[in-house]
Design a protein around this ligand. Structure first.
Ligand code: PMP
Length: 347
């Protein structure tokens, strides 16, 4: 008789509420479509694409464009079907039975799933009460478990808080584990650990096109890593893992990334405006965010979520998740969407 593989019975499929919210602030996406000039160029390039051919087998053309942007070579870059695929592949390649993978918690909930899918042992390390990281506590846990990977999310989802780059370097310099920095929200923050690639052999950086670059629909992310690490992870990726339409689209967006500067500036000023306005509401605490979302702790999270959903505003309720009691994550939207949030909260 056929049975699921052992371990799968305890895994819950990733599920988010599929509601067509009039104001959708639940998935940390860019709140508007691509800048018009970028969208026009994407469509022009897609029109010229031969749909009958398989994509570049190793996505070389996109890898080269990205590598050039960082002064690296194509051999340092991997392209994934979302950064999700890259993070999972990394666990397959460097995790495995009997190996441990360390990551702070609360953080991106999928880390624990990828670790388990790779038959590895999850070692979550609790963040401090203000969601800062105790680097020595993390290093002790990694050393004790002889972890093969340390996964750090910077800035962190869903807290929005950061790990200062000096602290990341301290971790990289003081461990034998491979330290992977998931910089999915990097563009909203500005600082990066990419420079560590030139100094250390045990570090890799994951990025995505799904957030600041508005390509959540296309599913594409990438990893920057020392050549040997990239080559090893490449072994567990399927051939043609990213389709040609997505590769062409990401290439155009990466080449035109300056076009996103105005929206990033607006996100930053709207985030500060929302942080100040929500912090002034009694019963709410807003954590300092360097992303395109805010983690808001409420005395009555259920009532807050109900007020928002009654006005058609979709947010992510984390109030029952470990380490996030009373917390709701609200995306920073357009100024009009943010005003709607403030009206709902203060009405
Ligand atoms: N890392 C983090 C921290 C995220 O928040 C997300 C998306 N929610 C991802 C990775 C995955 O993004 P994608 O697969 O769309 O690139």
């Amino acid at each position: 008789m056929f049975m699921p593989r052992s371990g799968l019975e305890t895994l819950k499929p990733y599920s988010v509420e599929e509601v067509d919210w009039p104001i959708k602030l639940d998935a940390n996406e860019r709140s508007t479509d691509l800048p018009p000039a970028v969208k026009a160029k994407v469509i022009e390039n897609l029109r010229a694409l031969p749909f009958n051919r398989y994509p570049d087998i190793s996505a070389l053309s996109l890898k080269t464009v990205i590598a050039d942007g960082f002064g690296l070579t194509a051999a340092n870059v991997l392209i994934g079907n979302g950064s999700s695929e890259i993070l999972e592949a990394l666990c397959f390649a460097f995790g495995g039975a009997g190996r441990s993978i360390v990551y702070p918690t609360p953080s991106f909930s999928m880390y624990g799933i990828y670790v388990k899918l790779a038959d590895s042992q999850p070692v979550p390390v609790e963040l401090n009460a203000d969601y800062t990281l105790d680097a020595d506590k993390l290093l002790t846990a990694a050393n004790q478990a002889a972890a093969s990977i340390i996964l750090l999310c910077n800035p962190n989802n869903p807290t929005g808080t950061i790990i200062p780059p000096e602290q990341i370097e301290y971790i990289v310099a003081n461990t034998k584990s491979l330290v992977v920095v998931d910089e999915a929200y990097h563009e909203f923050y500005g600082k990066s650990s990419v420079d560590l690639l030139g100094k250390y052999t045990n570090v890799a950086i994951a990025r995505t096109f799904s957030k600041a670059y508005g390509l959540a629909a296309a599913r594409v992310g990438y990893l920057l890593a020392p050549e040997e690490i990239a080559q090893t992870i490449g072994k567990v990726l399927l051939p043609y893992n990213v389709n040609a339409l997505t590769l062409a689209t990401a290439k155009t967006v990466f080449a035109m990334r300056q076009e996103f500067a105005a929206s990033l500036a607006e996100n930053s000023s709207e985030r500060e405006r929302m942080t100040a306005a929500l912090s002034a509401v009694s019963g709410l605490t807003v954590y300092p965010s360097q992303t395109n979302f805010l983690l808001v702790k409420s005395d009555n999270a259920a009532a807050l979520a109900a007020r928002l959903s009654a006005r058609g505003i979709g947010v992510r309720d984390f109030s029952t998740a470990p380490g996030l009691a009373g917390c709701i994550r609200i995306g920073v939207g357009t100024p009009a969407e943010n005003n709607a949030v403030l009206e709902a909260v203060t009405a």
